[in-house]
Design a protein around this ligand. Structure first.
Ligand code: NDP
Length: 390
């Protein structure tokens, strides 16, 4: 029986992971399930799956969680330290699907323990890629990509030599505003930005898809995960979202990964790696689909892509600044403080402000430095937000 944990269990990726696990209850011992606000879902799944412990990120919800778990045999805990402690419990595999930089500390705790980490939480790789990879190397744990693009690249590289790779192409649906006139983007509403044409995902990543900040994070994630140079990574707009990524080799071959837009494919691949197992996802009928289309991304429409390239060139802790500024700008858009197109401006200003302060961006990458940089960038971003909103 494999011992597994699901962090961010109440979210979109977490629920898709539970969907797969619940089909074979005899194969898994669930160690920890975690969530934040959705105590009802967390307790229901913990009971159903017989989890050893359920953790909410919010201290003030501990009594609610205890109440919901009464008589179940599942332990209840709350807060950041409890998340890290639960991640450090012996397990074979942990799904890291918390949204945002909050996923970093639990992910690192699992890696330190030698637990294979299925990584949906791209933000932790963007903030602290070198630290995550170094920690995994030291403990012998594997980092298994769950983002569909990175899972696709990972699969295309099986049996290949990375030195034969010339380029990596990650695709983007283009999100909610792909075909909108650029001049209309400034007036895009929260409801419009929160609806994705192809994927059913959490609200934050859906808005990040519309702004391409999601693809920007994925550019950095590609660089960190596969160790390729920034100029070897391309983004291609592919509205059908069926090809998730392509790897170009030095003999001119392009290996494309084609699959339905269903995260259970990438989750299942990471769950069963290095084997392939039958998964409950749609089988594509390419004749019925008829055609696949591609276009180059426009950096005027999506300035996040340009910013990500600058961050990759800078390296070090620039990813942590970028992610924190992006998360704060997104909070500002969700709260109605700034408009949709202002998010990129906030991020750019924070990057400029912090790069003007020597000693921050190129500091050694430790968890403390990353957390400090994250806090500093959020502080600057809040300042920029209040000035722009005012
Ligand atoms: P959701 O918003 O649906 O879920 C987020 C999860 O994190 C929930 O369990 C939520 O708890 C929990 N959470 C929220 N804030 C905190 C916090 N401060 N500390 C601890 N836990 C917290 O997100 P998604 O499932 O869409 O995305 C999760 C991650 O996976 C993100 O990094 C995203 O970029 C990545 N990803 C998602 C894809 C998708 O298809 N959804 C595709 C590829 C990557 P609660 O709901 O109880 O408040």
């Amino acid at each position: 029986m494999r011992r597994i944990s699901i962090f961010g269990a109440t979210g979109s990726i977490g629920q898709n992971t539970i969907d797969l696990i619940a089909r074979e209850p005899e194969a898994y011992q669930v160690v920890a399930l975690t969530g934040a606000s959705n105590i009802g879902q967390l307790a229901e799944d913990a009971r159903r799956l017989g989890a050893e412990i359920a953790v909410t990120a919010h201290d003030h919800l501990l009594d609610d969680l205890r109440g919901a778990l009464r008589g179940s045999g599942t332990e209840a805990a709350a807060g950041q330290a409890a998340l890290v402690e639960a991640a450090a419990r012996p397990a074979d595999w942990l799904m890291s699907a918390i949204v945002g930089a909050a996923g970093l500390a639990p992910g690192l705790a699992a890696l330190r323990q030698g637990t294979h980490l299925a990584l949906a939480n791209k933000e932790s790789l963007v903030c602290a890629g070198q630290l995550m990879l170094r920690t995994a190397r030291e403990s012998g744990a594997r980092l298994l990509p769950v983002d569909s693009e990175h899972s696709a690249v990972f699969q295309a590289l099986v049996g290949e030599d990375i030195s034969a790779v010339e380029r990596v192409i990650i695709t983007a649906s283009g999100g909610a505003f792909r075909d909108w006139p650029i001049e209309d983007l400034a007036h895009a509403t929260l409801a419009e930005a929160s609806s994705h044409p192809n994927w059913d995902m959490g609200q934050r990543i859906t808005i990040d898809s519309a702004s391409m900040f999601n693809k920007a994070l994925e550019l950095i994630e590609t660089r960190e995960y596969f160790g390729v140079r920034p100029d070897q990574i391309e983004v291609l707009v592919h509205p059908e979202s069926l090809i998730h990524a392509m790897v170009g080799f030095n003999d001119g071959a392009l290996m494309a990964h084609v699959g339905p837009p269903d995260m259970r494919h990438a989750i299942g691949y990471a769950l069963h790696w290095p084997e392939r197992r039958i998964l409950p996802v749609q089988r594509l009928d390419l004749a019925a689909i008829g055609q696949l289309t591609f276009r180059a991304p426009c950096e005027t429409r999506w300035p996040a892509l340009r910013l990500a390239r600058e961050v990759m060139e800078t390296g070090g802790l620039a990813g942590a600044v970028f992610n924190a500024a992006k998360e704060t700008a997104l909070d500002g858009f969700i709260a109605g403080q700034i408009g949709f197109t202002q998010m990129a401006g906030v991020v750019e200003e924070v990057l400029d402000r912090i790069s003007a302060r020597p000693g921050h961006i190129d500091a050694t990458m430790t968890l403390d430095n990353v957390v400090q940089t994250d806090h500093l960038a959020r502080q600057e971003a809040r300042d920029v937000l209040s000035k722009r909103a005012g």
